[in-house]
Design a protein. Sequence first.
Length: 236
Amino acid sequence: MELKRSINNKNFLYCFTAVVLCFVLGYILLVSLDKVDNVTIKQLFESIYSVITQFGMMLFSIIVIYSFSVDYKEKNILFYRMLGINEVRYFLSKLLVMIFWFSISLLTMTIFICILYGDFSELWVMLCYSENALIYEILISALIAFLFKNMLAAYCINLSFWISSIVISTTFGKLSFLAYFDSSNMLSHKLSKYWITGNAEYLSILNSFMYNLILFCIVLCFVWIFRKRWLRNGLS
């Protein structure tokens, strides 16, 4: 049902547009700011990943927050309750649909770039890193959207969390996990070394997956603890 609604609401187009914009920005930054004449696929993928980690919280969160906010605004929560859908199931269905459309968009654009260059050697690395960064951003945005009814308030809180996590991570090294996917963190630095050397020892794909798995569990705990806000936001 949620997947069908996302098609009717054109949410999948918004997801695809946001991902395309990241790819376009990645190329523009290389050509205009870095003055790179002959852009290689590794340079392009590194630039695109940087855009996703630096601007994803601004671009992708709008779509995620909107998908929750419109249900609160239109009082659709009562409809979900009549169907026997509880708070956690509702959250998971929204979350999975968002991840699905963003993932399909990311896969499509990554394969498109690989076809253009005739090189699929970095497809898996690009997908794993970008997908993990996307999932992190969607998880945070979805939780905030679930908790706060007002779209503008949710978006501002989301940005505040993102900026604060970067500042804290940069100031206190032991808290770097708060901005795990940010370009200032060690994860991105090691990925940059991988693009240069091709040494797979710099990759941290499993660690990124485990980080998101732990974050997912934490987010679900918050959804359950504050589950009463779902009805209050949707019916008030």
